[in-house]
Design a protein around this ligand. Sequence first.
Ligand code: 5GP
Ligand code: ZN
Length: 143
Amino acid sequence: MSEDCIFCQIVAGEIPSRTVYEDDDVFAFLDANPLAPGHTLVIPKSHHEHVQDMPNDLASDVFAVMHRLVDPIESAVDADGTTVAFNNGEAAGQEVPHAHGHVVPRFEDDGGGPIHSIFGQRPDLDDDELDDIAASITENAGD
Ligand code: 5GP
Ligand code: ZN
């Protein structure tokens, strides 16, 4: 546990939350300032700041709980879909430095956009740049 982390304090029961799922490793609760009814956060119980800081098994467990909750969340609020996403790192808008997945119910008429709408102009990348990026990712993913 990280003493000054609000999500660690929620897991420890020191800050109340509307818990919707809990097991040995993963905790899920309603967002206190929801983007839509049913907006749910899924977190590892142990403190890891970024997605990539979680051990593989724990990351899989977190995603498994998100996967498990999507249907119940959509049913609870009669949603037409969900945006399932992580803000990973400050530059990506992560405000709470304890990795958390968002499951945000979506509705046909909610006026929101896809994840693509977060971004402005798309970068103009030539074939060589794309090849270099792909090669670098492939090389480092082997670790
Ligand atoms: P981030 O921007 O870090 O991806 O999202 C943090 C989320 O945590 C926000 O949607 C915010 O509403 C939610 N949040 C922040 N503090 C609390 C809290 O004390 N309780 C709950 N339930 N949600 C919180
Ligand atoms: Zn924490």
